[in-house]
Design a protein around this ligand. Sequence first.
Ligand code: ZN
Ligand code: ZN
Length: 227
Amino acid sequence: MVFSEMGDRKVKAYRSVLDYEWLEREKIKICPTCFATDGYYHKDQCLWCYTSCYIHQCLLVDTCPQCQSVWNWDELKNDWKCKCGWQFGETLVTKIKQEENDLSEVVARSCKLTEGKSTSLSSKSPLSDLSLSQISLLMISTALSLHNPGDSLYRLQLPLTNRKLHKLLSKSAQIYETGTSNLSYFIEWFDRFYRVEYKRFGQRKNHLQKLSLVATFRRKLEDLHLK
Ligand SMILES: [Zn+2]
Ligand SMILES: [Zn+2]
């Protein structure tokens, strides 16, 4: 774990308290250009909702281009090479459109990584006032709502590959780009609601409890957009 543990499956990162599930804890994803340029791993790249590099405007890579295996933290012991021998830093990058990079810029800004750097994101993005923990909670809830329509009991899942997750998260973030005066109220409400539920059920929320959280979120989100 690259961040300091706080117990109760939470870590402290960038002045926010994050749940375990808002981090990639098994697989590793990297920006090949950052890695080749700086020669070290950027720990912000293990944030779950950070799927593209805000500096190089490309997808993070989690799968080996040579043997197709998903990279995990064991590869660290192997001097940043895949078990097939592929060097992480030599991976070709996939460029993405500017608007698909907005969420990563919002995340980087909330982590204060962008200070002194020029970014193309408008400072008026409604998401840019949120803390990292609020962004993470909002994005995971929105992604679950979009990806599992119809309250299906059996499909409370999110895409596992970074490429697919990136598409879903770009779509999730764009929902909020239109701006609504009720957004900050909505997020504060959901943040509080989530904490209360969290206290009631603890970290090991079961499937039904998670589903009811997502359903409540979706109803509130629909109300928000009707106003
Ligand atoms: Zn990069
Ligand atoms: Zn490989």
